[in-house]
Design a protein around this ligand. Structure first.
Ligand code: 13P
Length: 261
């Protein structure tokens, strides 16, 4: 089954709402409509920017989508500081990142929390981008595949086969995030293929064939082509390079198969 590549820009805690508008305008200007037939491009700004990004994208009928970097596992109520899936859905979000390694390590999110967030997102029609990835010690011990498959199983515990068909998975080796150390295309393919095989077990071969599996970690316009060229790598979750309009537009165009804008 042909899978449309997905390029997702995780802005992390960068850019206020005015800067967000400027960046989305520049990306949209650099990527004419024809590219969007071959690649889905989404931006994942901080919560405070989402309303402004929505107004711009809907108002000008831009072909980008947008989403959030996190979501509460809870429906509503006394959860100070949290943002619910219903709120994000109401703002027209398409995607939400769950279980990013920065949330797992800095905020103590367990696989159980990630699976609860994944379910909350799906319940409200959002597409969760479920992140997994090993740290350096596990990579050096050569245990990345079994570690990532275990983390995937834990992060998707309790999801139905139908729900599993609706998710996106992002493989982000922690040692490659923000370090400039990009995994090789072979490294990315190895884990992404194992993820797809596991999804076939958990859901069905058809569901596994339709789910998009992204690579993330120091992706830029120079390395994206080789990485997304691999059979089981269907796009990229991009951090630093998603804050630069020209570079993000260029790497999206490369994922679309070109030509360069
Ligand atoms: O964490 C990432 C995306 O979610 C990757 O970040 P960098 O692209 O900055 O390495």
């Amino acid at each position: 089954m042909a899978r449309t590549p997905l390029i997702a820009g995780n802005w992390k805690m960068n850019l206020n709402h005015l800067e967000a508008i400027a960046l989305v305008q520049k990306i949209a200007f650099s990527l004419p409509a024809k590219y969007f037939e071959k690649v889905d491009v989404t931006v994942l700004p901080p919560f405070t920017d989402i309303r402004s990004v929505q107004t711009l994208i809907e108002g000008d009928k831009l072909l980008l989508t947008y989403g959030a970097q996190d979501v509460s596992q809870h429906e509503s109520g006394a959860y100070t500081g949290e943002v619910s899936a219903a709120m994000l859905a109401k703002l027209g979000c398409t995607y939400v990142v769950v279980g990013h390694s920065e949330r797992r390590t800095l905020h103590g999110e367990t696989d159980a929390v990630v699976s609860a967030k994944t379910k909350a997102a799906l319940k409200h029609g959002l597409t969760p981008i479920v992140c997994i990835g090993e740290g350096l010690e596990i990579r050096e011990a050569g245990d990345q595949v079994s570690y990532c498959v275990d983390q995937l199983r834990g992060s998707l515990a309790g999801l139905s086969a139908d729900d599993l068909a609706k998710i996106v998975v992002a493989y982000e080796p922690v040692w490659a995030i923000g370090t400039g150390k990009v995994a090789s295309a072979d490294d990315a393919q190895e884990v992404c293929a194992a993820v797809r095989a596991e999804l076939a077990e958990l859901a069905s071969p058809e569901a596994a064939a339709s789910v998009r599996i992204l690579y993330g970690g120091s992706v830029n316009a120079k390395n994206v082509g080789e990485i997304v060229g691999r059979t089981d790598v269907d796009g990229a979750l991009v951090g630093g390079a998603s804050l630069k309009a020209d570079e993000f537009a260029t790497l999206s165009a490369i994922a679309a198969g070109g030509p360069l804008p």
